[in-house]
Design a protein. Structure first.
Length: 241
């Protein structure tokens, strides 16, 4: 059973159930205690275009889900992956298409660090603890006149659970920024440059699953992303709650 508790502007989602390891036959990176570099910028012309052959980041061309606002022109809604990922001038980005989904890894409690450049307008997201349509989305959209709001949404069965999405303070990711996302004891911290968007936000329904980076279409199109680097490590001793 899941319960939603909102206390002092904090979204708390509670559920019971055992932690799950990655499914049998899983392909891709898995968070480990030792930090692992999953992507690093390279200016080599030979890497222009498609992903490197040994890259452990996995495009998900069949990913589909329904966000909290299916018919909204800007907030995450009906998502059907149609984009192709590859190397753009040494960075990782979408080559064509608008709705892009890229599996970063499978993780329980973890720290994900890197450098990413964002510009223009549009929407993007991170799915956390994603497993067969259940998990959480941190989504963000940048608008011409209304700032750049953030949302945390819970999913089950590939659909946002009604009433279990919350909007948070506006902050626009401008240009190239280092970032650090931590899930420890099922509390979310997300730092972008010197700005801390979330600090130990309780996500008590969190369970192990995929970390997925994505772009989604809006009236302004998707937010252009260029990933310069990604490092991942598991946080040992921390548990899902």
């Amino acid at each position: 059973m899941l319960r939603l508790i909102v206390m002092s502007g904090v979204l708390v989602l509670c559920c019971c159930g055992p932690a799950r390891a990655q499914p049998e036959g899983f392909v891709g990176a898995v968070a480990k205690a030792k930090s692992e570099t999953l992507f690093a910028f390279s200016p080599q012309p030979a890497l222009q275009g498609k992903l490197p052959r040994k890259c452990r980041l996995i495009p998900l061309p069949d990913l589909e889900f329904t966000g909290p606002k299916p018919s909204h022109p800007f907030v995450l809604g009906n998502f059907y992956a149609d984009a192709r990922w590859g190397i753009v001038n040494g960075s990782l980005g979408v080559l064509d298409g608008k709705n892009g989904a890229l599996q970063i890894a499978w993780a329980d409690q973890f720290c994900l660090e890197g450098i990413m450049e964002q510009g223009g307008l549009g929407g993007w997201f991170l799915l956390l603890g994603w497993d067969e349509g259940r998990g959480f989305a941190v989504s963000n959209v940048t608008l011409k006149d209304s700032g750049s709001p953030w949302f945390v949404t819970e999913f089950r069965g590939g659909k946002a659970i009604e009433g279990r999405s919350q909007e948070f303070e506006k902050f626009e990711w401008k240009g190239e920024q280092p970032f650090r996302l931590v899930m420890e004891e099922s509390r979310l911290t997300f730092e972008i440059g010197r700005h801390r968007q979330f600090h130990e936000l309780p996500i008590e329904g969190y369970a192990p699953g995929r970390i997925i980076l994505g772009t989604y279409d809006t009236r302004y199109g998707p937010r252009p992303l260029l990933v310069k680097s990604l490092k991942l490590r598991a946080i040992e001793g921390a548990v899902s709650k």
